[in-house]
Structures are given as C-alpha cells and as structure tokens.
Write a protein that binds this ligand. Structure first.
Ligand code: AR6
Length: 173
C-alpha cells in the first residue's frame, strides 16, 4: 500500500508522529525558525545529542531522539540556501527529502512530518520548493512499504496553499 500524503497547517512541534523533520543548519546546534522551535520544545537533551553528531552537510540527514517532543524522533536535514537557482539548489533540496525518507525507512518509522525546508531564512521560492518536496516524497514512498503517512506541515497560509497545489499536480500525473 502506498503511503498517504497529507497537508496540515500547524506547528510541527505539536505533532505526535514517529519523526518530525528539522530544517537545520550544518552545525546542527540550533538556530531560528522551525529549528529554534524544535530545540525549545524538545529541551536541552536534544542539543546535547546534536553536539555528538559533528554537524551535517547540505542535503544530508541525521536522526536523534525527540526528548520532550510528542514526536519520538527528529530527523535533522540541512536545506540549501537559495542563490538564484544555479547553485544545484533543486538537487540538494530533493536530497533532503530523499535522505530523510531513507532514514525513516531504515528505522522502520511509519509516520513522518516535514516542514517546508529552505522556505524561511534560506529564501527558496516557496512554489518551487513545495513542488520538489511533494514530488520527491511521492516518488520515494511509492518504493517502500514501511512508511504509512507523510505530513507536509505548513506554518502559514502561503506555504499551505503551495503544498496543496503541488499535491494536486503530483496526483494529476
Ligand atoms: N512548525 C512548522 N513550520 C515552521 C515552524 C513550526 N513551528 N516554524 C517555522 N516554520 P526556516 P530554512 C516554517 O527559516 O529556510 C534556522 O535558523 C517557516 O514558516 O525555519 O530551511 C536554521 O538553524 C518556513 O516555511 O528554515 C537554519 O540556519 C519553514 O518552516 C535556517 O533557519 C522553513 O523556515 C534554515 O532555514
């Protein structure tokens, strides 16, 4: 059975799923945006575990426990900083989603929630980023059985609408 893709307008730190994905930076030591919110909600033990990971390259992903979060695990991935589109940004963003799904699959996780990676501080055009997010995840989950549900979690109306448009386009193909 293919996993269900859904879109929510919510705070990702409130979701009771097997893993939430963090749009981190390469230090993995916290920051603003969703990264800051996740570290605040998870508590200091998250930072302590992140310190042992030696950072993460753009497009890669690493997993920790969720500590005080309702989510059991956090998958930390580092999106590309938008540089106008000629810096391999699209491939790197797709890699974030692919590698996060691969980690979830490796650990037999069934439910996973993504924020709109790179759509805040990192400045990726939201329509393009949401399209890459939904099409990449749809392709990946079609190949694996363990993942039952993927949530695209939007924090504002613009991202919510772009995720919806992207899902409609993906399902039309
Ligand atoms: N739940 C869901 N989505 C959220 C939440 C939340 N609680 N808070 C923000 N968003 P950003 P980036 C949305 O800037 O662009 C950090 O400082 C937000 O509205 O968090 O990948 C890191 O440490 C936007 O749509 O991540 C890095 O240095 C989306 O999450 C850098 O920012 C991503 O925005 C990463 O930048």
């Amino acid at each position: 059975m293919t996993a269900k893709l859904t879109i929510l307008r919510d705070d990702i730190t409130k979701l009771s799923v097997d893993a939430i994905v963090n749009a981190a930076n390469s230090s993995l030591l916290g920051g603003g945006g969703v990264d800051g919110a996740i570290h605040r909600a998870a508590g200091n033990q998250l930072l302590a575990e992140c310190r042992k990971l030696n950072g993460c390259e753009t497009g890669q992903a690493k997993m920790t426990d969720g500590y005080d979060l309702p989510a059991a695990k956090v998958i930390h991935t580092v999106g590309p900083i938008w540089q106008g589109g000629n810096g391999n940004e699209a491939n790197l963003l797709a890699s974030c989603y692919r590698n996060s799904i691969a980690l979830a699959d490796k650990h037999q996780l069934k439910t996973i929630a993504f924020p709109a990676i790179s759509c805040g501080v990192y400045g990726y055009p939201i329509d393009q980023a949401c399209q890459i997010a939904v099409s990449t995840v749809a392709t990946e989950v079609a190949k694996i059985d363990t993942i039952r549900k993927v949530i695209f979690c939007a924090f504002d109306d613009k991202v919510y609408q772009q995720f919806l448009d992207a899902l409609q386009q993906t399902q039309a193909h």
